[in-house]
Ligand binder design. Structure first.
Ligand code: SAH
Ligand code: SF4
Ligand code: F3S
Length: 474
């Protein structure tokens, strides 16, 4: 079980990295991924495309013929890390002028040829919809040309490409069900870097889930920036495209994947509060193997801030969705994303975020301070007027609140027994294994003869704000 790969599953947004490794093929590709789960999923598509052109991935950067960095633009810090890394890779190029350095993903799309022409940090730039062109782009570099393809597509979903699973012997994996985003949250760079929303053929999704099960996977996570707006064979306006064919919504897609096997758990990310409907929750409640966990990013607990963020819902609407979850899937755990110090955020508005967190009782949150991104609505319309120290102080307050909420939630699990899917050996002690329960809570317990991929019933005995510990029960 590749623990290095595992780490990224837990921390999904912006700050995680992974180096990929599979061993067939003669030319060596060092593929480094940053950002969200979708980037990691895309890297498996990239590895697949390049493996057909004789490349195998390596974990040793010094043996690489090609270095590709799949990058994230979500916050300034995410881009800074990539620049530092690019500078290091460029030192290698001085010793090995044949080395090709390329940038993929959201930073490639955002900066286009600047990194190549002005900053001279890379040889190749490929945006998220241009990965089929990579073999071609690499050979263009070889013949001394500038290799750039940042065209965004309205159709590309890579549905026909079987991803090379980079997490060998993996238990959990991702399936991208859609690409792009049609929302225009005012703080967010994603619509500019990923283009228009498009959904992938449901048959190819079910096939991929079946294939993962056949390869020994026990859990799949369906990925999209807004999974609730997944739709197949129907337009946004509700017009059926081909009357001969079936219409598939997200709730129906989830059901299809759940039916692949009761042994295959299904998760999904990310739900959008404005689009999350009760039928999705009803399907969740109906199938035991659909995990009882919803990540429902709120961003702020104040309706005026939400309006400035252009999120499309109010505090009341959001709380109504939380009520629906608690009514239809009462045992679900709920997590969220929060931004502190967005443009014009007053102290009272910040307090509304804290009070909403308490009201919902999130088991987990990803928390960030606002980072202004070029070209976004917020950058054009509002002043980034909250001083950095205030943004950070508010972030600390939100984090402290979350620590209390998580501890309260974890405390409640003591004495309960949960089915846990083992993902690997605990990093702190090789006498212990770790895994997650349906609610996405990480559980640690004595290893005994268990191995990754086993489902084990575990009774919880103790807790902290980060994890819970237990023992296997027969
Ligand atoms: N599609 C998902 C979010 C993708 S980005 C959704 O709509 O919920 C992941 C998270 O990064 C966001 O939920 C937000 O909390 C954070 N984020 C996005 N842009 C940001 C910015 N400019 N500054 C700080 N955090 C940001
Ligand atoms: Fe960004 Fe909003 Fe789309 Fe999420 S829904 S990716 S926050 S624009
Ligand atoms: Fe980052 Fe792009 Fe994902 S900006 S969060 S890698 S969609």
């Amino acid at each position: 079980m590749d623990l290095e790969g595992k780490e990224i599953d837990e921390s999904k947004q912006g700050e995680a990295t992974m180096v990929a490794s599979n061993t067939e093929g003669s030319k060596k590709l060092y593929l480094e991924s940053y950002g969200c789960q979708m980037n990691f999923s895309d890297s498996e598509v990239v590895a697949s495309i390049l493996s057909k052109n004789g490349y195998s991935t390596t974990k040793d950067v010094d043996e690489a013929d090609v270095i590709l960095m799949n990058t994230c633009s979500i916050r300034e810090k995410a881009e800074d890390r990539v620049r530092n890394k690019l500078a290091q890779h460029n030192k290698r190029k001085k010793q090995n002028p044949e080395l090709v350095i390329g940038i993929l993903g959201c930073m490639a799309e955002r900066l286009k040829k600047d990194l190549l022409e002005q900053e001279k940090l890379v040889d190749l730039v490929a945006g998220p919809d241009a990965y089929r062109d990579l073999p071609n782009l690499i050979s263009e570099v070889g013949s001394g040309q500038k290799a750039v393809n940042v065209l965004l597509s309205r159709e590309e979903t890579y549905a026909d490409i079987a991803p090379v699973r980079l997490d060998k012997g993996g238990v959990t994996g991702f399936i991208s069900i859609m690409r792009g985003c049609d929302n225009m949250c005012s703080f967010c760079v994603v619509p500019f870097t990923r283009g228009r929303e498009r959904s992938r053929d449901p048959e190819s999704i079910v096939r991929e889930a079946q294939d993962m099960l056949d390869k020994g996977y026990k859990e799949v996570t369906l990925l999209g920036q807004n999974v609730d707006s997944y739709k197949w064979n129907i337009t946004k306006k509700g017009e059926i495209i081909d009357p001969e064919k079936e219409v598939v919504t997200f709730a129906q897609l989830m059901e299809k994947v759940a039916l692949v096997s009761p042994q295959l758990r299904v998760r999904f990310s990310t739900s959008h509060p404005k689009d999350m409907t009760d039928d999705v929750l009803e399907v969740m409640a109906k199938y035991k193997n659909i995990c009882k966990y919803i990540h429902l990013p709120v961003q702020s607990g104040n309706s005026d801030v939400l309006k400035r963020m252009n999120r499309g819902y109010s505090r009341e609407w959001y709380l109504n969705r939380i009520d629906a979850i608690k009514r239809i899937v009462p045992d679900a755990f709920i997590s969220t994303d929060i931004i502190t110090g967005f443009c014009g955020e007053t102290e009272e508005e910040h307090q509304d975020t804290l009070s909403l967190m308490k009201e919902v009782g999130y088991e987990f949150s990803y928390m960030f301070f606002y980072s202004e991104r070029p070209k976004t609505l917020a950058e054009r319309k509002f002043e980034d007027d909250i001083p950095l120290e205030v943004k950070k102080r508010r972030l600390t307050e939100v984090q402290s609140m979350q620590a209390v909420l998580a501890e309260t939630a974890n405390e409640k699990t003591v004495g309960n027994t949960y089915e846990v899917l083992i993902e690997g050996i605990s990093k702190r002690s090789d006498e212990h294994v770790y895994g997650r329960n349906s609610q996405n809570l990480t559980v640690i317990f004595p290893r005994e003869d268990f191995k990754a991929g086993d489902y084990v019933n575990v009774k919880i005995e103790s807790y902290t704000s980060a994890t819970v510990k237990g023992v296997a029960v027969k």
